[in-house]
Design a protein around this ligand. Structure first.
Ligand SMILES: CCCCCCCCCCC/C=C/C(=O)SCCNC(=O)CCNC(=O)[C@H](O)C(C)(C)COP(=O)(O)OP(=O)(O)OC[C@H]1O[C@@H](n2cnc3c(N)ncnc32)[C@H](O)[C@@H]1OP(=O)(O)O
Ligand SMILES: NC(=O)C1=CN([C@@H]2O[C@H](COP(=O)(O)OP(=O)(O)OC[C@H]3O[C@@H](n4cnc5c(N)ncnc54)[C@H](OP(=O)(O)O)[C@@H]3O)[C@@H](O)[C@H]2O)C=CC1
Length: 287
């Protein structure tokens, strides 16, 4: 049962969540399913996908392997969903990722790998779902999980370039495909404490992450899932071409918060003393 939305909110919807075998994708798939949607999760590995399916009490999550970088696999996967369910209402492009290394150490193959996964994979899924289901049925929603801060993360130049491309892909398609009533948005995630996030990156980065967020904590995966559910519901029908930051305020401030050199001994941000106006300084009333 959803902690936020009413039961049956997404009854009858057919939703795809890529990368639904873990992390943000799993929690999102289960939230959509708890609201009545039929959800199909895909990824490269069968086992985690089946685990997600088994976690849905109503049995309305189905697992299918698909490498989103491979055109023939994407076509077969989307054809299969359309053959079984007759339509697709929501695509969540969540599958993606990168490795963190200084730019000068990234090989051409490494750069291509990240661009191919995040840009081409997202494009292949988006194009297949639109042409095989959403354009013929005249409607649908596509959400792509990307990344904040928008002015970049050192150590992730390939992914930052890729996610900026996807943000813009959603914006352009939101204009082009408005005539088919397809709404597209990007959800730019800050830092969320998924298993991958907590185990993949160097420990000092993970340990120090919350301190760089104005809200002083990592995001919880449900906080992405709830936004997806909101946008999938009628509440999202007028939102298209947007990049929505879900990052505890981090995109707006790139440093520790409060900044170490600008806080007092208790860690409170410094503030100037308030200057009290003396009565003889009060300016005379006009007129
Ligand atoms: C002061 C700095 C402050 C910075 C603060 C940053 C804080 C962190 C913010 C994080 C925000 C984002 C979080 C997340 O996205 S968490 C979720 C991440 N999830 C994933 O990344 C999952 C998906 N990822 C993958 O599958 C892989 O990482 C990959 C994208 C690489 C794709 O895997 P694939 O199996 O296709 O690729 P390979 O492993 O075969 O590798 C292919 C080539 O890529 C290069 N490579 C891969 N890994 C590395 C590495 N660790 N270092 C350098 N190069 C790498 C390499 O060229 C590989 O080819 P070769 O194996 O032939 O060398
Ligand atoms: N956690 C965070 O702080 C942030 C995450 N993000 C993004 O959110 C998304 C989810 O992240 P998170 O849940 O943390 O990470 P995970 O690593 O748990 O999720 C990535 C998922 O993508 C799937 N995947 C990877 N490559 C492919 C592929 N070629 N084809 C199909 N599926 C693939 C993986 O499954 P499999 O390996 O079986 O294919 C996995 O289930 C990612 O795009 C990530 O970059 C963005 C900002 C912050």
């Amino acid at each position: 049962m959803s902690q936020v939305f009413r039961e049956g909110l997404l009854d009858g919807q057919v939703c795809i969540v890529t990368g639904g075998g873990s992390g943000l994708g799993r929690v999102t798939a289960l939230e959509l399913a708890s609201l009545g949607a039929q959800v199909i999760v895909c990824g490269r590995r069968e086992e985690p996908l089946q685990e997600t399916a088994a976690l849905a009490p109503a049995g309305n999550v189905r697992a299918a392997t698909c490498d989103i970088r491979e055109e023939d696999q994407v076509d077969a996967f989307v054809d299969g969903v359309v053959a079984e369910h007759g339509r697709i209402d929501l695509l969540v492009n969540n599958a993606g990722g990168q490795f963190m290394v200084p730019a000068e150490s990234i090989t051409p193959k490494g750069f291509r790998t990240v661009i191919r996964l995040n840009v081409e994979g997202t494009w292949l899924m988006t194009h297949a779902v639109a042409t095989k289901a959403m354009i013929p049925q005249r409607g649908g929603k596509i959400l792509s999980v990307t990344l904040t801060p928008h002015n970049g993360l050192p150590g992730m130049v390939h992914s930052c370039a890729a996610r900026a491309a996807v943000d813009n892909m959603m914006k352009v398609l939101a204009v082009e495909w408005a005539r088919f009533d397809i709404k597209l948005n990007a959800i730019a995630a800050g830092m969320f404490g998924t298993d991958t996030f907590l185990t993949k990156y160097p420990k000092p980065i993970v340990d120090g992450a919350a301190a760089t967020v104005p809200l002083q904590r990592l995001g919880r995966p449900e906080e992405i899932a709830w936004l997806v559910a909101h946008l999938a519901s009628p509440a999202g029908d007028y939102t298209t071409g947007s990049v929505i930051d879900v990052d505890g305020g981090r995109n707006n401030y790139l440093g520790t918060w409060p900044p170490g050199h600008e806080s007092d001994d208790a860690g409170n941000p410094l503030a100037e003393a308030r200057r009290h106006l003396r009565t003889d300084e009060v300016p005379p009333r006009a007129g």
